[in-house]
Design a protein around this ligand. Structure first.
Ligand SMILES: *Cc1c(COP(=O)(O)O)cnc(C)c1O
Length: 356
């Protein structure tokens, strides 16, 4: 590892994964061809896709009603594809507005049906997760964003609902144990915690599909992708391959339960420093703090530029906060080793001593 990479997405991947991918780029599996040069209908790629799909099923312990798809277009395409497939024009979907990504999902859903904002944390700059809200009668589904990448908030209690639950898990998929079978549809752009940019995971209950009256363009129809085992057209072959390697790596680490323990350790260490160091303070409501994206500011904002420059010198990369919220954000996804978090904490201490 050359630097301590706290990028929010695309973000760091395990070294072993990058090493294997780099070899496959030149000669995949002794075939004498790059993985970029083989047919997506070849036995070799069919195997990769099948592995990737079954690793998702196994790691998430999904029941048989679920289908696993690797699609194009990023999570942003799912903002549209979800309501296109699930919401008729006269029907209403419930959305919880916890920030920019949730708002974008809401914007797209309104193009296809009615949207009721069930709760929102816009009143305090999305610094918390709404707690008390009632699920309106008769909504088609409820949509939540389980981790709010930009503000560093995360749902620690998944709401109990009696309608299909749809979740954007782009920035915390595979980071913690959840009963994934409580959801009806889960989607995630791969580039935060699962692989490289260019592929999106969709996990969907087959029983909720095929119920809208509108015509769905073939490429946007989940049922078509299910029927073709996620190879309806040319998939993003390399991105699927690297995701498969990352999922295998995760399984070798002991799966979601093991990685969750490590993620908790990393987050606890960093939040402790933010709370104790006189120069820094966290921005998210303490009970809703994300274990993936740790957002903080300096009590004296005039020091922020100097701290950033100091981090740069120390090979700490990617901790500048999102342009909408400023300050700092350290993203500590699955691939981030504890040592890098320790290194950041020590650097914060050193900086505080110099300015104490
Ligand atoms: C990054 C992110 C997105 C956008 O993903 P794209 O793949 O770039 O479309 C959506 N939702 C969340 C929660 C994200 O963190």
């Amino acid at each position: 590892m050359q630097v301590h990479n706290f990028n929010a997405g695309p973000s760091m991947l395990p070294n072993e994964v990058l090493y294997k991918a780099s070899k496959a780029l030149i000669d995949f599996d002794g075939l004498g061809m790059s993985i970029l040069e083989i047919s997506h209908r070849s036995e070799a790629f069919l195997q990769i896709m099948a592995n990737a799909r079954s690793l998702v099923r196994e790691l998430m312990q999904l029941d048989d009603d679920f289908e696993v798809l690797f699609l194009h277009g990023g999570a942003s395409t799912q903002f549209m594809q979800v309501p296109f497939n699930l919401l008729d024009e006269h029907e209403t979907a419930g959305y919880i507005d916890t920030g920019v990504w949730a708002s974008r999902a809401i914007h797209e859903a309104k193009l296809f049906g009615k949207v009721e904002i069930v709760a929102s944390s816009a009143d305090r700059q999305y610094s918390y997760i709404p707690k008390s809200f009632t699920i309106p009668e008769g909504i088609k589904y409820l949509h939540i964003t389980t981790n709010n990448t930009i503000y560093g908030t995360q749902w620690h209690q998944i709401p109990e609902v009696n309608v299909p639950l749809v979740a954007d898990m782009s920035s915390d998929i595979f980071s913690r144990q959840l009963d994934f079978n409580r959801f009806s549809l889960i989607y995630a752009g791969a580039q935060k915690n699962m692989g490289p940019a260019g592929v999106t995971l969709v996990v969907v209950r087959k029983s909720i599909l095929g119920k809208v009256s509108r015509k769905i363009p073939t490429i946007l129809d989940y049922l078509v992708h299910i029927q073709h085992e996620s190879i309806y057209n040319t998939p993003p072959v390399f991105a699927v391959y690297i995701s498969m390697l990352t999922l295998s790596w995760l399984k070798e680490q002991g799966g979601i339960a093991a990685i969750e323990k490590r993620n908790e350790q990393k987050a606890a260490l960093l939040y402790k420093e933010i709370d104790e160091n006189p120069l820094f303070r966290g921005t998210a409501a303490p009970e809703d703090r994300s274990k993936m994206n740790v957002c903080f500011v300096m009590n004296d904002p005039s020091l922020e530029k100097e701290f950033l420059e100091f981090c740069k010198k120390e090979d700490i990369v990617g901790i500048k906060g999102h342009r909408l919220v400023g300050g700092f954000r350290a993203s500590i996804y699955n691939a981030m080793p504890l040592e890098s978090v320790q290194y950041l904490v020590e650097s914060m201490r050193y900086f505080a001593r110099k300015h104490g």
